[in-house]
Design a protein around this ligand. Sequence first.
Ligand SMILES: [Zn+2]
Length: 149
Amino acid sequence: MNGAAQEGCLFCRIARGEIPVARIHEDDDVIAFLDIRPIREGHLLIVPKAHYDYFEDIPAGIAGRIMSLAQRFAGVAKRTYNVARVGFMFTGVHIAHAHAHVVPMVEDTDITSRRYIVEEAVTFRDPDVMSPDRLEKVAAKLKTALAET
Ligand SMILES: [Zn+2]
């Protein structure tokens, strides 16, 4: 159900503080933390604390705050990682609790589609897990930079 916590939902549990994350930002409605399997260092997840299955279900006010935070973070990521672009997307493929990915784009293909790949047989894998120590160090750096915006 939209807005109600879902039993066993990983992001509901993170929103309730039951699972530690490398947090960059938190307020009453939104939490932002580093993806443990980053496409690139600084790969951020911005999550409404209330459970919505689909991004189109997020109330406009909270959706606007997610976008606003992503915009602030994009400036931080550009300066920190010296990238020209920062990707922003909702997919919901792995966890059915709406969440935005914000990714410093080191290469144009850092966020891409199978549809762009010519070869028929391509093997995909999850990015490597970043160690908790490393995640905390990256989070501390980015949190400080974000607070200065
Ligand atoms: Zn949830």
